[in-house]
Design a protein around this ligand. Sequence first.
Ligand code: GCO
Ligand code: MN
Ligand code: MN
Length: 388
Amino acid sequence: MADYTPKPDHKFTFGLWTVGNTGRDPFGDPVRHKLSPVELVHLLADVGAYGVNFHDDDLVPITATPSERAVIVRDFKQALSDTGLVVPMATTNLFGDPAFKDGAFTSNDPKVRAYALHKTMHAIDLGVECGAKIYVFWGGREGTETDSSKNPSDAGKRFRDALNFLCEYVRDQGYDLKFALEPKPNEPRSDIYLPTVGAMLGFIATLDHPEMVGLNPEVAHEHMAGLNFLHAVAAAWDAGKLFHIDLNDQMFGRYDQDFRFGSVMVKQAFYLVKFLEDVGYSGSRHFDAHAYRTEDYDGVKAFARGCMRTYLILKEKARQFNEDKEIQALLTEILADDGTYSYLSGGYSADKAKQLKNTTFDRVALGARGLPYEQLDQLTIELLLGVR
Ligand code: GCO
Ligand code: MN
Ligand code: MN
C-alpha cells in the first residue's frame, strides 16, 4: 500500500487566503470566522503542509501602523519556527482596495500606478523578510470592462515599465527573488490583460531582465478559457519558465471556482501530475483553492488534506503508468522509429534538405497506419479507476 502522507519533500503549500477563506461570495456573507495568520499556520502544520504563502494584506492589514506590523511579523515568524513551516512565495494584494478599481500597474491614474509600485516594494521587503524566493504577480484588476477607457497597448507598456522597475529594485536590494506572472482571462475584470500562459510567455521576452521572470500558471484560469492546462504548463516548462504553479480544479467555461485539486477533471489532473513528476519540476505545489462554502474548519482541513492526498495518489498512478508493461508496449509501438530519418534530428544542412526533397514517400501507407490510442486511453482510464 502506497503511503499518501504529505512530507516536506513534496513541497505542498497553501496561501493564508486559501485555508483562511471565510466563504464570502457576491451573494452571501462569510460562513466561517476569520482565523489569524498564526492560527492558519498551525492549521496548515496540523494537516502536514510544507509551506505557507501570503499577500501582504493577508499578513499585515493595510491599515496597520509600523509598530503593529512589527508585532504581527514577530508572531508569524514565531509560528513558523514552532511548526517548521516555510514561506516559499509571497505576493501583493493589488485588487482589494478601492484605489485599484481600475487596475494597479495599468491604471489610467499615474498616482495609482505609483502607489502600486510603492505597495509592491514594501510587500517584496515583507516577503523576503519571511524567506520568500518567488514573488507572484497576479493582475487581478489589470484589465477593463470597456475598451474605450484604456488603450491595451498603453496598458502593456505600463505593465512592462512596472515590472522593469521592480526587477531593478530587487537587484538593487541584492534580494534572491524571482518573479512569477500569473495569467487569468477574466474575473474580477471583464477582461484581464495577458490572459493566458502563452500571452505571458511572449510578454516576458520583452522585459529588461527576462531571466528574473517566469510563470505561475493556474489550473482554473486556463480552464476558464477552455484551454488544455497541461499544454500550457509544458510550454512554460519548455521555455524554462515554470517558476511556480497554482493547483485547483474546475470545469471549463465557469466562474473561478477554486475547487479542491483533482476533484473535477481527474484525468487532466493525472496528466498534469505525471508531467510535473516526470520532468522533475522542483518548485512548490501550491494549492490556490478553497473549501466549499458549506464547510466549517474541520471541512477546511479535510479540503487541504484532500488536495495533497489526491496529488500523491496521482503521483503513484503516474509511477504505475510508467511501469505498466501493456501501456509501455503500446507506447513503444506508437513511438517506433527504424532510424531512416534520424539524420534530420541534428538540424538543418543544405545536403540534408536536398536528400529530403529527393525522397519519395509512400503517403498512402503513412495514412493507413492504425494508431492504438483507443487502447492506450482505455488502459489509462482503467488504471485511474483502480482496476489495473
Ligand atoms: C485568483 C488568483 C489569486 C492569486 C493570488 C496570488 O483567481 O484570485 O488565482 O488567488 O493566485 O492573488 O497571486
Ligand atoms: Mn485563481
Ligand atoms: Mn492563483
